[in-house]
Design a protein around this ligand. Structure first.
Ligand code: UDP
Ligand code: MG
Length: 146
């Protein structure tokens, strides 16, 4: 045990959302990943269609923010990444900060850069099951560097 974590090798799906790309802070996010020893196992840029954004966020279908969220996520290019490492799902969510940037801890990506509860710059999977679905949504095995 170190820092209260069990040592579990994991992968997670990270996204720099369209607000982060259009505002020119791709580098700020990647710098924080590298400074905190996150291993980037895959990365590409893409522009989701509305339907593709709806498929990715299917878990939120029916919620009041679903329409606006999927319009936003398909409004421009995004950078999608696979991060790999011990406890990376939790570690990356800690680096991102809370969904609502006003509640996010000092020094987190969302606290520093988000402008809105929706336009909060980054996405990260929240559990091993969602990570598996989300990674497979964007990447095949050949695209993930072991
Ligand atoms: N979101 C929103 N309003 C809300 C909750 C969420 O616009 O009240 C957006 C926000 O962009 C968030 C995404 O929907 O990142 C997915 O919501 P979730 O609860 O899964 O938050 P996350 O896992 O991204 O922290
Ligand atoms: Mg989520």
């Amino acid at each position: 045990m170190k820092g209260g974590y069990r040592h579990v090798m994991e992968r997670t799906l990270a996204i720099i959302k369209p607000d982060g790309v259009s505002r020119g802070i791709i580098g700020e996010v990647i710098k924080r990943l590298e400074n905190n020893d996150f291993k980037i196992a895959a990365m590409k840029m893409l522009h989701l269609s509305k339907k593709q954004a709806e498929g990715f966020y299917a878990v939120h279908q029916g919620k009041p923010f679903f329409e606006s969220l999927t319009a936003f996520m398909s409004s421009g290019p995004a950078v999608v990444m696979v991060l790999e490492g011990e406890n990376v799902i939790t570690r990356y969510r800690e680096l991102m900060g809370a969904t609502n940037y006003k509640e996010a801890a000092e020094g987190t990506i969302r606290r520093e850069f988000a402008t809105d509860i929706e336009k909060n710059v980054v996405h990260g999977s929240d559990a091993p099951e969602t990570a598996a679905f989300e990674i497979a949504y964007y990447f095949n095995n050949l695209e993930i560097v072991i």
